[in-house]
Design a protein around this ligand. Structure first.
Ligand code: C5P
Length: 229
C-alpha cells in the first residue's frame, strides 16, 4: 500500500485530568491509543506511525504490538513535540519513501470506525485533501465579553474530525511552509489550505468524537460496554 497513517498520541491530556497522557488512559482494560489502533488495524493495510509522548515510547510500542497481531504492517513509534503540529511533523519524518497518501489521525478519537479511515483514504487524490465532518447540532451564538452579539448560521458550519487525508508531497510542502513562517494551525486541513491546497469533506461519524473531558471518557466507556469507574 502507498498509504500511511500518522496517529498522534503525544498530547498531555490536561483537560482530562487523568494524571497520565490521554492516549494512555484506560477505557475498558484497553487504553485510548490501543482502541485507536484497533480501528487502524481493522482498516485496509497501510504504514502506521504512532507519535508518542516523550517517556512513553515503550507503552506506545506495546499498544502497537498488541493491536498488530499478524505483524503484517510497516509500523513504528516516534516521539512527539510541544504542539500537535510538531507531533505531526515528527510523524511525517518517518514516512516510507513510497508513501503517496498520508492520513493524520488523533489517537483521542479512539472509537473512530475503520470504515471512516478507509473512506478518507479512498477519497484523497493527488489534488485534494479530505476531512470527515459532521453537521453542527448545537445552536451557536457569537458572544463577546459575556454578551450575545448575534446568531450563527450553522448550516454553513461543520465539525471537523480525523483522520484527515492528503497527498504526500503537497502536505510536506505545506508543513515546511508553516514551519518557515512560524504559523500554528488548528488542524492539518487548515495548514494544507493555508498553502493553497483544496480540501473536501465527507460525512464523519458520531463514534469518531474526540475524548477530551472526563464526560467524554465516560461516554467512550459506555459505548465499549466496559465497567464504569
Ligand atoms: O489536545 P487534543 O485532544 O485536541 O489533541 C488532539 C490529538 O493530538 C490527541 O490525540 C493528542 O494526543 C495529539 N497531540 C500530540 N502532540 C501534542 C498535542 C496533541 O500528538 N503536542
Amino acid at each position: 500500500s502507498t498509504t500511511a497513517i500518522i496517529v498522534v498520541a503525544a498530547g498531555s491530556g490536561t483537560r482530562l485530568g487523568a494524571g497520565a497522557p490521554k492516549a494512555l488512559v484506560d477505557i475498558d482494560g484497553r487504553t485510548v491509543l490501543r482502541h485507536a489502533l484497533d480501528g487502524v488495524f481493522a482498516a485496509a493495510p497501510m504504514q502506521v506511525v504512532v507519535v508518542a509522548p516523550a517517556g512513553f515510547e515503550q507503552a506506545a510500542a506495546d499498544a502497537l504490538l498488541d493491536a498488530d497481531r499478524d505483524r503484517g504492517r510497516r509500523a513504528s513509534v516516534v516521539v512527539g513535540g510541544e504542539t500537535r503540529q510538531e507531533s505531526v511533523a515528527a510523524g511525517l519524518a518517518a514516512l516510507h519513501p513510497e508513501i503517496e497518501v498520508v492520513l493524520v489521525h488523533d489517537a483521542a478519537r479512539a472509537l473512530t470506525p475503520a470504515s471512516q479511515i478507509d473512506a478518507v483514504a479512498g477519497a484523497v487524490n493527488s489534488e485534494v485533501g479530505v476531512i470527515p465532518a459532521l453537521p453542527v447540532v448545537d445552536t451557536l451564538k457569537q458572544v463577546s465579553g459575556g454578551e450575545v452579539v448575534g446568531p450563527v448560521d450553522r448550516s454553513l458550519l461543520a465539525a471537523a474530525q480525523t483522520p484527515q487525508g492528503f497527498p504526500r508531497q503537497p502536505l510536506l510542502a505545506a508543513y515546511e511552509r508553516a514551519a518557515r513562517a512560524g504559523d500554528e494551525h488548528t488542524d492539518d486541513a487548515a495548514l494544507f489550505a493555508a498553502a493553497g491546497g483544496t480540501v473536501r469533506s465527507i460525512p464523519g461519524s458520531e463514534r469518531a468524537f474526540k475524548i477530551t473531558t472526563p464526560a467524554d471518557l465516560e461516554h467512550a466507556r459506555m459505548l465499549v460496554g466496559g465497567p464504569m469507574p
